[in-house]
Write a protein of this length. Structure first.
Length: 209
């Protein structure tokens, strides 16, 4: 496994390369954040951001989503794909938040993971973006690909990759890693034909070396 100081050096270089790296999903409340992240599964953030303004203009609270007919919700979120499953989970999550958490999105990983359709990646994003309390590192497709390529982790599942990342990085880095890997994955370390010669961390990268 990569040494901690090398891994931290890589993230510091990426911080300089992408000083504006941040979550690209649009939201104004923790519940809107939660809905946006559920919609983003196997869908681009850009597509989610084009879809949610029409939804959140009319429906933005757990009460709203609990009452909305599921057929209407399916139609609204259809552009984000897997709309039947996502609509079902959003409705069930809204109901559980109302019944078990007083209408407020829970602020712990353990409680978030009790919500239908919420896995570790979604819970990590909500804890960081909605509450500024990072508990782990969201491992999406970019984070998975780059972690394997650079040499942060040789694991294949998001859960195991996250555990390897948590061994490498101190707490104060947790808020930046996913954003930086996403930005770098989009700009340079693309899935096909990565621009290795342009990469600011290629001298550390197992894939390049």
């Amino acid at each position: 496994m990569m040494k901690k100081n090398e891994a931290i050096n890589i993230i510091d270089i990426l911080k300089n390369a992408y000083p504006d790296a941040k979550c690209s999903l649009d939201f104004t409340t923790p519940f809107e954040m939660l809905v946006a992240v559920i919609l983003s599964a196997q869908c681009t953030d850009e597509r989610v951001n084009k879809t949610t303004p029409f939804i959140f203009y009319k429906y933005s609270t757990p009460e709203d989503f609990d009452k909305i007919p599921i057929e209407e919700l399916e139609t609204l979120i259809h552009p984000c794909g897997f709309y039947k499953n996502k609509a079902k989970n959003i409705k069930l999550t809204a109901k559980k938040i109302l019944e078990d958490y007083g209408g407020e999105v829970p602020q712990t990983m353990e409680e978030l993971l009790t919500l239908p359709g919420v896995g570790r990646k979604t819970a990590n994003v909500v804890m960081l973006e909605a509450f500024n309390k990072p508990q782990g590192i969201a491992v999406d497709t970019h984070a998975k690909r780059l972690s394997n390529r650079i040499g942060f982790s040789k694991e294949s599942t998001p859960e195991k990759i996250e555990q390897d990342l948590l061994k490498l990085f101190p707490y104060e880095y947790l808020k930046d890693i996913n954003h930086l890997l996403i930005y770098h994955g989009r700009a340079i370390c693309t899935a096909r034909s990565p621009k290795c010669d342009e990469c600011p961390v290629n001298k550390f990268c197992e894939y390049y070396l």
